[in-house]
Design a protein around this ligand. Structure first.
Ligand SMILES: [Zn+2]
Length: 413
């Protein structure tokens, strides 16, 4: 998607602010001789920013305004190394809430709704983003935070929550508990707003059917405000992205070149009005594509397809590149298998080859041995690798309140 004149002017405005602030990126651009962005070509000369650079600038090296203007920080927890700290001005906090309220509206949620918020509050951007957007919209927030399923279910019934906000894994856990306890008649949920990550069609169907709700994928990441920068409309034709706040590109993750609209690649985001920590061409490592054309819903905002996975989730076994999404698709074809799985990769030094151990859940009605055999054969024919398969009963694998880690590589240990 070509950058518009208006967006270019905003990018240049942010560049000037960054240069003036002499922050980490201001110094970097000055050294590179980047002083102005006037044309789409100037824009493409901007280097990509990766999360590693944000870590180098720890703790507040990317702050682009004086301390007196910062009202809050958030932090994205890294599994490795230092966290990343993102400072926000009052305007940033307000802009984020405005975008989030727009997400709720796009999902058909109104001020009459009661929104039960289960993502975590604190340094993480999740819970507080859902909350601020809800208050901006004027709906009733039920700020539960994560866990305590017992209390979640009683509040959901007593307060007649109409919207549930959760990760897909936690929504699945709630759906399973409601099913198990036969509570479906007692709940008033109509919609679910689910933090966007790669999740299978099977899981989506199960949650939608068990809870009898419509599901909406909400997109976002801490480095770029947090969740709330895009969401599905009711036509479910992809997530509308707020291009008055952000410019979105899709690149080939290996070459860094822009790919044509419609083609899959890595999402790169430029903030257009962010003050506290403006970021130009930030690599998200999320994989998706721009959906060409306009949505039949009439919204003028461009659309991103649902997230297909992470470019850094790719794993290599026997020289073959694999994505978790391929594993999910494959499991979706086997009867009685749930959407939850875990992959452990190790190396057999004696035989000098990689070993994949795949743990999957299956319903009690199916034969675990035959199911394991079917999965093994499907892998062999579709992905040219033969994993060891362990079939366990439903609910054995952990359901996470954050994004679920599924691939564990033990080869370097
Ligand atoms: Zn639409």
């Amino acid at each position: 998607m070509q950058i518009s004149e208006k967006q270019l002017a905003l990018v240049n405005d942010r560049l000037q602010a960054i240069l003036k602030s002499e922050n980490y990126f201001g110094r970097m651009y000055r050294e590179m001789g980047i002083t102005e962005i006037k044309t789409p070509d100037d824009f493409k000369k901007l280097p990509f920013i990766d999360k590693a650079e944000l870590r180098n600038a720890y703790p507040l090296g990317i702050q682009a305004v004086p301390d007196s203007e910062i009202v809050r920080i958030h932090s994205s927890s890294g599994t490795t190394g230092k966290p990343v700290i993102i400072p926000y001005t009052a305007k940033d906090v307000d802009d984020w809430a405005t975008m989030f309220a727009r997400c709720y509206e796009t999902a058909g949620i109104t001020k009459e709704d009661r929104i039960q918020i289960t993502p975590g509050y604190g340094l993480w951007t999740a819970g507080i983003g859902f909350q601020a957007g809800c208050e901006k919209l004027g709906a009733m927030a039920i700020p539960m935070g994560p866990g305590n399923t017992e209390k979640q279910l009683s509040m959901m019934q007593d307060l007649k929550s109409t919207v549930i906000c959760a990760t897909s894994s936690y929504a699945l856990l709630l759906a399973e508990e409601i099913n198990k306890r036969g509570l479906k008649e007692n709940i008033c949920l109509k919609k679910g707003v689910i933090g966007s990550e790669r999740w299978s069609e099977k899981k989506r169907e199960y949650i939608a059917n068990e809870l009898g709700i419509e599901l909406y994928d909400i997109y976002g990441l801490t480095e770029i405000y947090g969740p709330g920068i895009g969401v599905n409309c009711s036509l479910q034709t992809g997530m509308h992205i707020w291009d008055d706040y952000l410019y979105t590109e899709i690149i080939d993750p290996v070459t860094g070149e822009n790919v044509p609209d419609g083609e899959e690649g890595e999402i790169v985001i430029t903030t257009l009005v962010k003050e506290g920590a403006p970021l130009l061409r930030f690599r998200t490592h999320d994989l998706s594509r721009i959906i060409p054309g306009e949505c039949p819903c009439g919204s003028r905002y461009p659309r991103l397809d649902i997230i297909k996975g992470r470019s850094d989730d790719m794993f290599k076994v026997h020289g073959v590149n694999m994505f978790p999404s391929q594993v999910e698709e494959l499991l979706g074809t086997v009867d009685g298998v749930s959407s939850e799985y875990k992959i452990d990769i190790a190396h057999d030094d004696e035989k000098n080859r990689d070993i994949i151990l795949l743990t999957v859940e299956a319903e009690g009605r199916v034969n675990f041995d035959k199911t394991g055999e079917a999965i093994r054969n499907a892998f062999k024919s579709k992905m040219s690798v033969t994993p060891k398969v362990v079939v366990v009963s439903l609910g054995t694998l952990p359901r996470s309140e954050k994004k679920t880690k599924r691939v564990f590589d033990h080869r370097d240990e």
